[in-house]
Design a protein around this ligand. Structure first.
Ligand code: TYD
Ligand code: MG
Length: 460
């Protein structure tokens, strides 16, 4: 008889302790340690890779063919690396109400309409509600199986009987295993069920999409706890009161992780955005100090985004505020220091705020030049020319260093109607930009090698 153990688990970060504590020593959050009891894992259940672990020589192992299933939602398929791979578990996390159920129901309908056997397990809605949603997505004539159930073993029985190729579990926090004896959504439940699903996926070559609500208050265990167990982690983000949504791949064993998919939430469900640059730029103020357009690469695709900077004197003394949204704040601190030292700008007594418009997060240093110029523009109260964009990494000596994939960035800019681009001089060679002549017809390229040169060229 396996032993029952009682432990205290932080519902926020998963930290385990043998005694109760008011504050989690790991993530420092208050009142998140809850008592949980679980049975010690029986050894047979440990192998989660589908077969017993024998020694095998690498060249004698049969390689698995990656069988991929397309959901028909292009943005989702791209973030997955070209469709979902059979036998994998894909976690879709996001705030409640952001559109996870809508996205996955659309994906399920897409898969089912291509003769796939798809099962949609819902622990949150009744079959009638799922039907209503499908109607709203105007495709309720599809052979999709729906199961409203929250007990894991019963769900597993249905899966064995129906033998689906794809299963959607909405959401992991509502499913429970009776024998574990905790409330659904607790750390132990969520982890155990995910582990069982991973095993089921490997054994039967099923694709599982599991929904995980991101929770701030620690009542439910969040998807972060599961990231290491699953094959692919996607986060669905966006401002609740704006209608566009970003699907971001943060882990993918079968594709790149820096891809994003962009959608708008309409009354008939999620629509793919064909031209994301237009979406991010359509509310851009013109001839206003502090606004700069930068062509960044998001995974395999160029995207024009607006960076806004605001530099205002901090009247109350003390340490000035430095806040950045959508950019690494350490990177911004470096750029501020370079502006101060190499371009002679007095920023030490200014509060500085930087924002990437539209909830985009920029990871690459190619946006440095744009950040620097948005701050400079705001400080001097001089607007940047409206049809100019800029790209380049800034070094500590104030030099502007070349960035990769320049041609794609320039083409995207030209497509969106920009007619000038400030770029690193190091990028201005025919070997890097093979069709320079052709691009030059639409877009004037201005090569710079220092930040100071860029500052001389960009303003109206
Ligand atoms: P939902 O998918 O239920 O969110 P989650 O599963 O992440 O909690 O989406 C909830 C919101 O989406 C809800 O406020 C209604 C809105 N919505 C639309 O705007 N259009 C639609 O076609 C659908 C189905 C939902
Ligand atoms: Mg939902």
């Amino acid at each position: 008889m396996p032993k029952r153990k009682v432990i205290f688990v932080c519902q926020q970060c998963g930290y385990e302790a043998h005694k109760w504590m008011g504050r989690c020593p790991n993530c420092q959050s208050w009142s998140t340690m809850l008592e949980e009891s679980f049975q010690e894992v029986v050894p047979e259940n440990i192998s989660r890779l589908g077969e017993a672990g024998d020694l095998k020589q690498l060249d004698q192992i049969e390689s698995l063919d990656e069988e991929r299933f397309l959901t028909g939602i292009k943005e989702l398929d791209r973030v997955l690396g070209g469709g979902a791979v059979a036998g994998t578990v894909i976690l879709v996390g996001g705030d409640p109400g952001i559109g996870k159920s809508t996205l996955l129901l659309q994906a399920a309908l897409g898969l089912a309409s291509r003769d796939g056997r798809v099962l949609y397990v819902t622990g949150e809605e009744s079959p009638g509600q799922v039907k209503m949603r499908a109607k709203r997505l105007s495709s309720n004539q599809v052979p999709l199986m729906v199961l409203a159930e929250t007990e894991y073993n019963r769900i597993a029985n249905h899966i064995t009987k129906y033998n689906p190729q794809v299963v959607i579990v909405d959401s992991i926090q509502t499913i429970m295993k009776g024998e574990l004896g905790n409330v659904p959504g607790s750390v132990v439940q969520v982890r155990e069920i995910t582990a069982s699903l991973v095993q089921l996926a490997k054994n039967k070559q099923i694709i599982f999409f599991i929904v995980g609500h991101v929770t701030k208050e620690g009542i439910l265990a969040g998807p972060r706890l599961l990231e290491h167990m699953v094959d692919c982690v996607l986060y669905f983000e966006g401002e609740r009161y704006q209608n566009f949504r970003i699907l971001r791949g943060v882990k993918n064993r079968f594709g790149a992780t820096n891809e994003i998919g962009i959608f708008t939430m309409e009354s008939s469900g999620l629509q793919e955005v064909q031209n994301p640059s237009a979406l991010f730029l359509n509310q851009r103020p013109t001839s206003v100090a502090g606004s700069v357009v930068v062509p960044i690469m998001e995974g395999s695709r160029p995207l024009l985004v607006e960076i806004q900077g605001l530099a205002t004197p901090s009247y109350f003394g003390g340490t000035p505020r430095r806040t950045s949204t959508g950019l690494d704040s350490n990177r911004v601190a470096i750029i501020i220091a370079v502006l101060e030292k190499r371009a002679g700008m007095k920023l030490y007594n200014c509060d500085i705020f930087i924002n990437v418009v539209g909830g985009v997060r920029i990871m690459e240093p190619a946006a440095d030049l744009g950040v620097a110029l948005s701050i400079a523009s705001s400080l001097m109260d001089k607007p940047i020319q409206t049809q100019i964009m800029m790209v380049g990494e800034i070094g500590l000596t104030g030099e502007v260093r070349p960035v990769n994939r320049m041609e794609e960035r320039l083409r995207e800019g030209a497509k969106m109607g920009f007619n000038r681009c400030i770029l690193p001089r190091g990028n201005m060679s025919r070997t890097i930009i093979s069709n320079m002549k052709e691009i030059e017809k639409d877009l004037e390229m201005i090569g710079v090698s220092t930040l100071a040169q860029a500052l001389n060229l960009a303003f109206i």
